[in-house]
Design a protein around this ligand. Structure first.
Ligand SMILES: Cc1ncc(COP(=O)(O)O)c(C=O)c1O
Length: 284
């Protein structure tokens, strides 16, 4: 079945969705994006993704090209047209094109917006069941990782390092402390307490992280948002990653260190159940 994408107000085939070579998204990575998970043909955590989108737009001093309702209806249309049961919808907004290359953009530019749906989730069913191995690498990204921009080569380099050493995801660290996964939020578990880095400009403010921590507020699993070292991660009881189409995925090995029994631990399994239960109810 031919794929349908959306660009600047129209639906078309991918090869007909064109942008100017002067688009600032291409020239400066002057663009932001969002990724919403899809399960049973429904969108996950939509309101939270829109909140983060607004924050990214504000930080980038860019106007919103579409309302949340308009975005919702385009995303739903793409999911429907491409018959996506499980996967994701990607949305990108760049500042647009001026017809020249200038570092400083003029005011009142017209943003370029495009979206597409994708059948592939970020983890396989096998990884979700059996857990993954992570490989550590220095975090070489820029200093505003809280803004979801498309300038992602730091993550691509880090993910290459992980892949070359047999890791499914990279675990990035800076100044001796863990930051996050290449495209995921990261957590360790020690003595029934989840430890994760607090929000700051050093990490992306994950929507899945936000939803999971909210669900946990009333439960019996502890939460400690603090800096922690790679050594602590190596000696954790359990670990896991989260993301819009990763959900809660167990981590069973970091570098040479096998965590616990080398199988997904009981707390991670519980978190998977709790989170999957939540999204099945919450999807729209
Ligand atoms: C660097 C990084 N951290 C965390 C996440 C997880 O964020 P979310 O749960 O909103 O998908 C992502 C997702 O793309 C990411 O790229």
């Amino acid at each position: 079945m031919p794929r349908t994408v959306y660009i600047n107000g129209r639906y078309c085939a991918p090869e007909d969705a064109t942008v100017s070579i002067f688009d600032r998204g291409l020239l400066f990575a002057d663009a932001i994006y969002e990724v919403a998970g899809v399960i049973n043909g429904k969108l996950l955590d939509f309101a939270s993704h829109m909140q983060r989108l607004d924050r990214s737009l504000d930080e980038m001093r860019m106007p919103a090209p579409l309302t949340h309702d308009e975005i919702l209806s385009v995303m739903r249309e793409l999911v429907k047209r491409d018959q996506v049961e499980e996967g994701l919808v990607y949305m990108q907004i760049s500042r647009g094109s001026t017809g020249d290359r200038d570092f400083l953009p003029p005011e009142n530019m017209k943003p370029t917006v495009f979206m597409f749906a994708q059948h592939k989730s970020d983890v396989t069913r096998q990884e979700f069941q059996n857990g993954i191995k992570m490989i550590s690498a220095p975090d070489i990204r820029w200093g505003r990782r809280d803004i979801k921009t498309v300038g992602l080569m730091g993550s691509v380099f880090a993910k290459w390092t992980a892949k070359e050493q047999g890791g499914a995801e990279v675990l990035m660290h800076q100044d001796g402390y863990v930051t996050e996964g290449g495209a995921t939020s990261f957590y360790i578990i020690k003595d029934n307490t989840i430890i994760t880095r607090p929000l700051s400009n050093d990490i992306l403010h994950g929507c899945t992280r936000k939803a999971l921590l909210k669900i946990l507020e009333d439960g019996d699993i502890g939460l400690d948002e603090r800096l922690y070292t790679l050594d602590e991660a190596h000696s954790a009881d359990e670990a896991f990653i989260t993301g819009a189409s990763t959900f809660v995925c167990p981590v069973v090995q970091i570098d040479e260190a096998v965590l616990g029994t080398g199988k997904p631990g009981p707390v991670t399994r519980r978190l998977q159940d709790i989170y999957m239960d939540f999204i099945h109810k919450d999807a729209i």
